[in-house]
Design a protein around this ligand. Structure first.
Ligand code: NAI
Ligand code: MG
Length: 334
């Protein structure tokens, strides 16, 4: 049996806790893993004066996939760059894939099944900001190359997963050159996929439609900042940040992380929801080709929630560690 080498960066706050639970879950499966632990984030910065030590980078280079928790970004350090942004850039993890599927949580809508593709390497996230007299400027860069590969990935996935529609979200009416380019590339690429319904939507209108008719969305593809904001909105419709998972995929490497941040006020209290990390681990298993194990974990999660066993953020009373134990028991005895 293949032994997967997984780089593990827990990060800060609840990051190491939810990733720790995820590793307990992965160890309970039939698969074999070698977990290579590495440091990154604000705690690492305090120790090494860098949030992404070179040792962490070399660990990531040697492994089959990266599992990432969450990191704290200290607002008072002006030059600080979040290691997640650096890792996305360093490994050219151009596709940020965020699937949102309704879970059996009584308080949530039951008809949502959206995959959001967010461009992951450029836009306002290049961190190119500078001061001008009386203010500041942020550069927003959109290139043909990056737009093409994320839009193509969205369409290819739509075909592979039998999805019906791709919605391109933009603001080309105002950002005529940058989003204009993104939109033009989408229009041209869409012609190669006659079996997929092609739709265009302004980002503000999309934000509203997601609340009114989330069931009408299928696959969404958009630029980096819009994708960041819309994915938290969709997370809010499907159970919140405690359940939102994501994959950052490049040509040769991939990183899997919960959408949420380090939620410092929950750290050390055994109350964070590890589900977002569990579901990110499922995305990792699918990437590694271990579909059966991913399906088994998803089923165990489903049974756990259906039996009304959940953490506080979802209206339950289970602690983080008890929730993990329950999922593992459903994994072993479905
Ligand atoms: P956050 O995602 O950490 O927390 C927002 C709220 O969501 C929390 O107050 C909590 O109520 C809830 N929440 C998040 N994860 C949860 C979980 N697993 N279980 C239960 N409830 C959960 O975002 P916030 O508070 O804006 O940022 C905190 C820190 O995280 C900041 O330093 C920020 O820069 C960083 N951050 C890091 C990210 C990353 O590592 N990829 C992403 C977003 C924020
Ligand atoms: Mg975000």
């Amino acid at each position: 049996m293949k032994k997967y080498n997984i780089a593990v960066i827990g990060g800060d706050g609840i990051g190491p806790e939810v990733i720790g639970e995820t590793i307990i879950l992965l160890k309970a499966t039939e698969l074999e893993f070698k977990f290579s632990y590495a440091e990154g984030g604000y705690e690492a910065y305090k120790k090494y004066k860098t949030p992404l030590p070179t040792e962490t980078i070399s660990t990531c280079k040697k492994c089959d996939a990266i599992l990432f928790g969450a990191v704290t970004t200290p607002p008072h350090i002006e030059k600080y760059k979040s290691p997640i942004i650096s890792l996305r850039k360093l490994f050219d993890l151009y596709a940020n894939v965020r699937p949102f599927v309704s879970l059996p949580i009584p308080s949530q809508r039951q008809d949502i099944n959206i995959i959001l593709f967010r461009e992951n390497t450029e836009d306002l996230y290049m961190g190119e900001e500078y001061k001008i007299p009386g203010g500041a400027v942020a550069k927003r860069i959109i290139t043909k190359k990056a737009s093409k590969r994320i839009i193509q990935t969205a369409f290819e996935t739509a075909v592979k997963k039998n999805r019906k529609k791709v919605t391109v979200v933009h603001k080309a009416n105002v950002l005529r050159l940058t989003d204009g380019l993104f939109l033009k590339i989408a229009q041209s690429l869409s012609k190669k996929y006659p079996g997929i319904i092609y739709e265009e939507m302004l980002v503000d209108s999309c934000a509203m439609q997601l609340i009114k008719k989330p069931e009408s969305f299928d696959v969404i593809v958009t630029t980096n900042m819009f994708g960041d904001i819309l994915s938290d909105e969709i997370a809010g419709l499907t159970g919140g940040l405690g359940v939102a998972a994501s994959a950052n995929i490049g040509r040769t490497q991939a990183l899997f992380e919960p959408v949420h941040g380090s939620a410092p006020k929950y750290a050390g209290k055994n109350i964070a929801n590890p589900l977002a990390s569990f579901l990110s681990a499922c995305l990792m298993l699918e990437y590694l080709g271990e579909m059966r194990t991913a399906v088994k974990i998803r089923k165990a999660i489903d049974s756990t929630l259906r039996n009304k066993y959940m953490t506080k953020d979802l209206g339950g009373t289970a602690s983080m560690t008890d929730f993990t134990k329950k999922v593992i028991s459903y994994y072993n005895y479905p």
